[in-house]
Ligand binder design. Structure first.
Ligand SMILES: [Cu+2]
Length: 339
């Protein structure tokens, strides 16, 4: 999922920490208030209780507001591929999330069907270098095409396409017809097997929302000349922009990765909002092309943007950072080695 790639994703079964605490704080003044059937507490005790309750409420409301990143979808329910929506104070290190971690550490995009939703492409064969179109539906368990999708990262559907050697990355936004058929122009420049990921949050009949990433292979006949994955590096250049990353991903944990973008003149790039944040990051695992959970921090400063990335296992990952400067979106690519 793009998301978080998953910002805005919420764990369906488990209330987020913020929600749970806000609920608790809401009960705080009530429990501190005098019970009509018992003796009225003295004024000092009551005042103290109200002050403490108010402080707890204020802190927790602040915590809750801090979580809002402007890209959140409506609350989700059901399914197991969503991850908890959360933010972190600066300097927070890699960490786990208790019960949420099992779902968060699981890579997405490995199946064509999951969480009751099935990716149904109308065709998967393309001609190398020729303009084509990808059409597909997301069908429910009764094989009915889904037509209701939540907007996450500014879009109801994100489509990532990459060849199986992790080259040729494309990030597209299909449009949906009234019957639930999504379509997007697509040109696959080189022969080989390509992976397409549909990253979406469908809304079921009962209103339940599930953040899901489904994947399907696309084929381009011809002589496939796979390229080896570039060595791990913390820097990348694209169109004269230099991108440097800092952060230490660890297996099974969620860790911050910060990217600093420098313009051709050497000054910090003026990053513009793109898909609800100051950049968009997709991370894929070498070997099975598992699609990782990523959450952007809502703010950027001095050409830097931070993402929280869950790397499920040791191994190598390819990261694709989309950033926008001067109205143009560029993609910087990195290989990350998680020992
Ligand atoms: Cu997208």
């Amino acid at each position: 999922m793009l998301g978080s790639v998953l910002t805005g994703r919420r764990d369906p079964g488990t209330p987020t920490a913020g929600e749970a605490r806000v609920g608790e704080s809401g009960a705080q003044p009530t429990s501190a208030a005098p019970d009509p059937a018992s003796a009225v507490p003295d004024r000092g005790t009551l005042r103290l209780a109200l002050v403490v309750g108010g402080l707890v409420l204020a802190v927790l409301l602040g915590f809750g507001l801090g979580r809002v990143d402007g890209t959140a979808s409506p609350a989700t329910a059901g399914g197991d591929s969503a991850v908890t929506d959360h933010s972190h104070t600066p300097g927070t290190g890699a960490h786990s999330h208790g019960v949420d971690q099992g779902a968060a550490t699981e890579a997405g995009g490995l199946a064509v069907s999951r969480d009751g939703w099935t990716l149904h492409p109308s065709g998967v064969e393309f001609t190398a270098g020729r303009a084509g179109e990808l059409r597909f539906q997301i069908r429910d368990a009764q094989r009915r095409p889904a037509t209701r999708f939540a907007v996450v990262h500014d879009r109801p559907m994100h489509l990532i396409v990459v060849r199986r050697d992790l080259t040729g990355y494309q990030h597209l936004h299909p449009t949906m017809a009234a019957d639930g058929t999504w379509s997007v122009p697509l040109t696959l420049p080189q022969p080989g097997v390509w992976r397409a990921y549909a990253d979406f949050t469908a809304v079921a009949d009962d209103g339940r929302q599930t953040a899901t990433t489904l994947g399907v292979d696309l084929v381009v006949p011809g002589e496939y000349a796979p390229r080896p994955l570039p060595a791990a590096a913390t820097g990348a250049t694209v169109d004269g922009f230099t991108v440097d990353s800092t952060g230490t991903p660890q297996p099974g944990l969620t860790a911050p990765l910060t990217f600093r973008v420098t313009g051709p003149g050497g000054a910090p790039a003026a990053l513009e909002r793109y898909l609800g944040a100051y950049g968009h990051l997709v991370a894929l695992r070498e070997g099975d092309l598992g699609y990782l959970h990523v959450h952007p921090e809502p703010e950027a400063a001095d050409g830097t943007v931070t993402f929280w990335v869950t790397t499920p296992t040791p191994g190598r990952y390819r990261l694709y950072l989309d950033f926008q400067v001067g109205g143009t979106v560029r993609t910087a690519e990195f290989t990350v080695d998680v020992p």
